[in-house]
Design a protein around this ligand. Structure first.
Ligand SMILES: [Zn+2]
Length: 430
C-alpha cells in the first residue's frame, strides 16, 4: 500500500482535522495516514514492492493459466490465481458481517479460474501479483457481461457474492479502512482496463480488429501491414477550486445532473495543444466568465467511475486564484455558480452526513450479497440520508473535489500549521 513521504505525513498530522474526524482519529490512528491517498489511488497490486517476475510475470502467468484452463484444472497450481469477474461494469463483491456497531465491510469476490472454463485465455486481463505474504498469487479480471462463463455467480444468497456498482462500493467504503481502500483501487484499475478493452476493439489507424497481448495489458492490430500497438487510455480532466483571496471566498458550482443541494468545483477537459494551466483558465472563463491568474497544483486522482466511453479519467486538481469576480454562468454547462464564504463552506462540510451515507451503503451491499436487496439504484450516492437538510453540501471524501475544498477551508485555521497550496505542492503530490 502506498504511503506518503514522512515529511508530508508529519505536516498533515499537524493540520486541523474536521471535528467529526478528530473523534474517529482517536479510535483509528491510521485515519490521517489513509487520507493521504485518494480513493482509487494506492492500488496494492501496483505497489513498487511488487515486481512481476518469474512465474508471476504476465507472460509466464498467462502460459500457466492457459494450461490450467485447457486441463479444466481446479485451484492446485503455482502461482495461485484469483479472478475478479465484472458484469456490466460491476465487480463481484461480498460483505463481511458487521462487528458491534461498525457497518459491514465489503470485499472483492475473488474466485478461481475454474469458474470460467468456458472462457478463452484472451478474456483474462492481468492485474498483477500480490505483495508481501501474497506474492505467489496472480490476480486477474474478466468481463462476463456477454459470456456464458461464470453463470450462476453473483446472484447473492448462498455464495454471498453479488455484482455491485463500483460507485456503490465507493460510497460504502470506510475511508479509514486501508484494506478496503486497497480493494476499491484494485476494482477501479480492473474496471478501467476491461472498459478500455470494450472501447478499443478496432484499430484507430486502419480499422482492423485488435487482439489482446501481454496478458491483456496492451492490444495490437491484427492487420499484418499495420500491427499498431494500443495502450490503455487515460482521459485527463482539470478540476479547480477558484479562490477569491482578498475576500476569503471560493467559487462553487452546480451541474444539473448533481443531486439537489450539492455544490462542487469547476472541471473540464483539456483541449489539444493546451497546458493544464491554460485549461484551468479557459474552462473557468468559459463556464463562469471569471479570469484566473495564478494556478497551483494540488493533487490528482484516477476516476474509473465516469462515463463508459472513458475507461479512466485522471482528475488533476488545482487551486485557481481569481483576477475578476463578476460571475456570468454558461447555462449550457452549469446550472449555477456562486461565491461562498469560507464559513459557509466549512458548514457545508458536515462530515456526519458522509458517515451516515457510508453506513447506509455498507448495509445495502450486505443485503445485496445476502440476496435480500435486489436494488442497484444508487443514483443519489452519498446523499441517501441527509436528514439535516443543510443548505448545501459538497462531494464526499472519495472525490478529489472534497479534498480541494477542505484543504482550502482548513488552511490557516487558528493555532494550526498553515499549509498554503505552494507548500503543499513542494512536499507532496496530495
Ligand atoms: Zn491497424
Amino acid at each position: 500500500m502506498f504511503l506518503p513521504p514522512l515529511q508530508t505525513l508529519i505536516l498533515r498530522l499537524r493540520r486541523p482535522l474536521p471535528k467529526t474526524l478528530t473523534r474517529r482519529a482517536r479510535i483509528s490512528p491510521a485515519m490521517s495516514v489513509n487520507l493521504q491517498t485518494h480513493a482509487f489511488a494506492g492500488n496494492p497490486l501496483r505497489s513498487k514492492l511488487a515486481r512481476p517476475a518469474g512465474p508471476c510475470s504476465p507472460g509466464s502467468a498467462l502460459e500457466t493459466l492457459k494450461s490450467l484452463l485447457a486441463a479444466g484444472a481446479d485451484e492446485a497450481s503455482s502461482p495461485g490465481f484469483k479472478v475478479l469477474a465484472f458484469r456490466k461494469g460491476r465487480p463481484l463483491a461480498r460483505s463481511l458481517e458487521p462487528v458491534s456497531d461498525t457497518p459491514p465491510r465489503w470485499r472483492l469476490g475473488w474466485v478461481p479460474p475454474s469458474k470460467f472454463n468456458d472462457s478463452s485465455v484472451g478474456d483474462f486481463v492481468y492485474l498483477g501479483p500480490g505483495s508481501e505474504g501474497d506474492a505467489d498469487t496472480v490476480y486477474w479480471a474478466i468481463d462476463v457481461s456477454s459470456s456464458p462463463s461464470g453463470v450462476g455467480l453473483g446472484g447473492g444468497g448462498d455464495d454471498g457474492l453479488c455484482f455491485v456498482e463500483l460507485r456503490t462500493l465507493m460510497v460504502a467504503t470506510d475511508w479509514a479502512d486501508t484494506h478496503t481502500m486497497g480493494e476499491l483501487a484494485i476494482a477501479g484499475h480492473a474496471r478501467a482496463l476491461l472498459e478500455w478493452h470494450n472501447v478499443s476493439r478496432f484499430c484507430g489507424h486502419c480499422g482492423a480488429s485488435t487482439v489482446p497481448i501481454e496478458a491483456g495489458r496492451r492490444k495490437q492490430c491484427t492487420n499484418e501491414s499495420c500491427k499498431k500497438r494500443i495502450y490503455p487510455r487515460v482521459d485527463p480532466v482539470v478540476i479547480m477550486l477558484v479562490i477569491d483571496k482578498a475576500n476569503d471566498r471560493a467559487l462553487l458550482s452546480r451541474q444539473s445532473r448533481f443531486v439537489p443541494r450539492m455544490w462542487s468545483c469547476l472541471a473540464g477537459f483539456i483541449e489539444p495543444g493546451e497546458s493544464l494551466e491554460e485549461a484551468v483558465r479557459r474552462e473557468t472563463w468559459e463556464e463562469t466568465g471569471i479570469e484566473v491568474g495564478e494556478v497551483v497544483y494540488h493533487s490528482s486522482q484516477p476516476w474509473p467511475v465516469g462515463p463508459n466511453s472513458m475507461p479512466c479519467q485522471l482528475m488533476v486538481g488545482f487551486f485557481a486564484y481569481a483576477k475578476s469576480f463578476e460571475i456570468h454562468v454558461d447555462k449550457a454547462e452549469l446550472e449555477d455558480a456562486k461565491w461562498h464564504s469560507r464559513e459557509d463552506v466549512r458548514n457545508a462540510l458536515t462530515f456526519a452526513e458522509y458517515e451516515k451515507a457510508q453506513r447506509t451503503a455498507a448495509f445495502k451491499v450486505n443485503q445485496m450479497c445476502k440476496g435480500v436487496e435486489k436494488g442497484q439504484n444508487f443514483s443519489t450516492d452519498f446523499n441517501v440520508e441527509s436528514g439535516e437538510l443543510a443548505q448545501m453540501f459538497i462531494p464526499g471524501p472519495f472525490a478529489i473535489a472534497h479534498h480541494l475544498i477542505s484543504s482550502w477551508v482548513h488552511e490557516g485555521a487558528p493555532g494550526n500549521t498553515e499549509l498554503l497550496p505552494k507548500q503543499l505542492n513542494s512536499v507532496s503530490n496530495l
